[in-house]
Design a binder for this molecule. Sequence first.
Ligand code: ATP
Ligand code: MG
Length: 454
Amino acid sequence: MPMNTNDDTSSEMVSYPELALNVITRDEHTISRKQISDNALKVLYRLQGAGFDAFLVGGGVRDLLLGQRPKDFDIATNATPEQIKHLFRNCRLIGRRFRLAHIMFGRDIIEVATFRGHHQEPSQNVAQQSKEGMLLRDNVYGTVDEDAERRDFTINSMYYNIADYSIHDYARGIDDLEDKLVRLIGDPQTRYREDPVRMLRAIRFAVKLDFDIEEDTAEPIEHMAYLLRDIPAARLYEESLKLLQAGYGLETYHLLREYNLFQQLFPSISEQFTPDYHSQTEQMLDLVLDSTDMRIEEGKRINPAFMFAAMLWYPMLAIAQNLMNQRGFSYYDAVMEASNLILDEQIKTIAIPRRHTATVREIWQLQLRLPRRNGKRAMRLMELNKFRAGFDFLEMRGEVEGGETATLAKWWATFQNAGREMRQAMVNDLDHATPSKSPRRKRPPRKKKSPAKS
Ligand code: ATP
Ligand code: MG
């Protein structure tokens, strides 16, 4: 028989809400096995066959009840990670904060978590809290009802039971689904302190599902947003992609900003914010997030580096401008130095991986090179790896800045579509057009160099 590793009569540090189980039988709900992936079903049945409890839980249940396609299927069970590993050859145990089993079916991964229990006396050293009340380690196993209390929102706390196809609803998630409400389980301030990322998740689900955030859940966010400073930058990087690159980036950014959350994630961007939302930085945010959303809708590829390059460009230029004004940097040197400064600062909150910051730099450097098209330069630029990204970004800048930048973007658009002769003519035109603006600098012959002063 499966065992419960936790005795639920033990004393607790944090008081948890009393949740009442509401069982919705198979003919009272709309979820059918056909909507669940074969791999998830395989895992559920294998666990059940071995005598364990096995539930589909979280976003899988929520999205199916809403008639949407779940992004992934998460499973919860009373089998321990080791017991799970025994049952599945294709199983990997992962995670430090939470120990989880990943069952691998090629590229499809089914995540299986052992029920988590209440944290007990700190001396037990299995669940630890920081001074701010944040959970640092969290590996106490428990029962399914304890597991339900530990989940973030009521709509994420419904369990589809493979034993009888019923749904176990512990926190009245069904009612909140009906009312389209994102509501934290338990006392909001305590729950945010335990894990400040829940504030970001509240915004994410509200936008993704088109729900409201319930009043008591919404109220503390603005004042607790600063707690995100304690979250490791690697985790916030993952979250930032889920927030901004999952199809609803534009709306999510606006809501994050209203709740003072965006400001914690991107401090140097928010320095440029204005009351009327109309700075170049803000215009660019709208443009790039909207275009990202559209690309996702059209099934096109998206690159996080492009988004970060666009988001940080004008804040970077503001720093560069300071370096020119106050320290006499040339434009080129100022942009190079400002690029370093702003990326170093940004990765303190959001750990953008190095391969992406390298691309951000390339896209920025191309902005300096794209105006210089004389001779063979234009053709050579087009051969560069990141030319397309650099050009796409130039077009966005053209929309924000108008003027010369817009003209330059048009030139490049025409040039790319032109044939060989037309291209040559376009370059020739440049050479003859406005020599004052882009002079062909000839290197002075060496011999004429002025003699050293004696
Ligand atoms: P989606 O996968 O569509 O983004 P989801 O609800 O499945 O949404 P996951 O991040 O996959 O979200 O997490 C699965 C489940 O784990 C959640 O539904 C929730 O029950 C629980 N969970 C995830 N993160 C937390 C958290 N920070 N605090 C408490 N519970 C959480
Ligand atoms: Mg999920």
